[in-house]
Design a protein around this ligand. Structure first.
Ligand SMILES: Cc1ncc(COP(=O)(O)O)c(C=O)c1O
Length: 391
């Protein structure tokens, strides 16, 4: 089989560092028991691994209390816990056109069924939201601003700190979707004025699927919108109020937490700035190569200063899906095509009318050869298309 070139790290990173596979296998075989339910030794070992991972991630996000780091299934699950637990009937929330459906859909669900007003902020021609646009929409009943840290379509890093400053002045909760950014660029909850941050384990934190979570700043309370077993204080009739139990339900994904633990340690060992620096260099190569090709349109890639390694493009005259199929079948290059769960990005760019874009997502294991191969492949596809057009 031809060597597969994996350029779909925006969806999930692959492969994972060897340490992640080893940690999951070892943990599951040696102590894959239910922590917090009993006091025997294995249970204590499993529990310590969970607590160590809470501490690791709390430090990673510059939080202060590991108990306020809660585990959920993924970023979508974490964002649902936050959004449904922060808003109630009569509240107003603001999000943006850059956001992913895991923010937009819970908000629009509450708009449709829960009496919550929702406003959307557009992004500028380069793919950045203006903090003042949020401030302009603040009302007496504004309770939440929910914003994507890094776009999963065009890769732009949003000015979270400035948005946070404006929210703090008004006592509005700032929820940040860090699904794309966590593990790529630093997240400092205190410095960036973030109240609640949602992360996923399987992207740049280099862990497996099925694990993610939230960090909830002290002083911010999220109502529990589910209830069930926590393994502790079972005689209490309703779900526990204290963190982390407040937002955790049932048996946790232990192998997932073990893998995430190893993934975060790998990121720290490599160094986030090293990973991001390498990726930015490759992104520059990719952007420069693609923009030389006749018939290729790039979206919001003029200045790469505040970008992660995610790049959206189209080949003139081709549906994104067809370009993706050719890359896969003819060149063994993986990518993602379509709307990428972020329909408003495409609506604003006008790419909704042509069924979205092709997206390359770079990861820590990509090389300059991968990028050269991608540029060559897109070049050949575009030239064939131009020839067909000329006939
Ligand atoms: C910006 C953004 N938010 C949220 C999510 C959802 O993450 P998960 O699939 O882990 O729930 C994604 C995943 O693609 C994303 O890119």
């Amino acid at each position: 089989m031809e060597k597969l070139i994996y350029l779909d790290s925006g969806a999930t990173t692959f492969p994972k560092p060897e340490e992640v596979y080893v940690a999951m296998d070892k943990f599951f075989r040696c102590c894959g028991v239910n922590p917090g339910r009993s006091g025997y030794d294995l249970c204590m070992v499993a529990g310590s691994m969970v607590e160590e991972t809470r501490k690791l991630l709390t430090k990673f996000l510059n939080g202060t209390d590991p108990n306020r780091l809660i585990f959920a299934s993924n970023a979508t699950d974490a964002l649902n816990l936050a959004i449904f637990g922060l808003l109630k009937e009569g509240d107003h929330a603001i999000t943006s056109n850059i956001d992913h459906n895991s923010v937009l859909r819970p908000l629009f669900h509450l708009y449709k069924y829960g009496g919550v007003e929702v406003d959307l902020v557009p992004f500028d021609s380069q793919g950045f939201v203006d903090p003042e646009e949020f401030a302009r929409r603040f009302k007496k009943n504004t309770k939440l601003v929910a914003i994507n840290h890094c776009s999963n379509v065009i890769g732009t890093v949003q000015p979270v700190q400035e948005i946070g400053e404006l929210c703090r002045e008004r006592g509005i909760t700032l929820l940040v979707d860090a699904a794309q950014s966590a593990g790529k660029i630093p997240i400092n909850m205190a410095k960036m004025n973030i109240d609640v941050v949602a992360f996923t384990g399987h992207k740049s934190l280099m862990g497996p699927m099925g694990i993610g979570g939230l960090y909830v700043r002290e002083g911010v309370e999220i109502r529990h919108t589910r209830a069930g077993g926590t393994g502790v204080r079972s005689a209490v009739r309703t779900h526990l109020d204290e963190y982390p139990y407040r937002l955790e339900y049932g048996t946790p994904n232990l192998p997932g937490i073990a893998g995430l633990n190893a993934g975060v340690k790998w990121v720290l060992k490599e160094g986030m700035s090293t990973i991001h620096g390498r990726e930015t260099k490759l992104l520059g190569m990719l952007r420069d190569g693609l923009r030389e090709i006749d018939g290729v349109t790039l979206y919001c890639q003029e200045d790469l200063a505040n970008h992660i390694g995610v790049l959206a493009f189209n080949v003139e005259g081709l549906e994104a899906m067809d370009t993706g199929t050719m890359l896969d079948v003819d060149y063994s290059i993986t990518c993602r095509t379509g709307l990428h769960c972020a329909p408003r990005v495409h609506k604003q760019l006008g790419t909704d009318k042509i069924h979205g874009t092709v997206r390359f997502g770079l990861g820590p294991f990509n090389t300059a050869e991968d990028i050269e191969a991608a540029i060559n492949a897109v070049g050949k596809i575009a030239r064939i298309r131009l020839k067909q057009k000329a006939c």
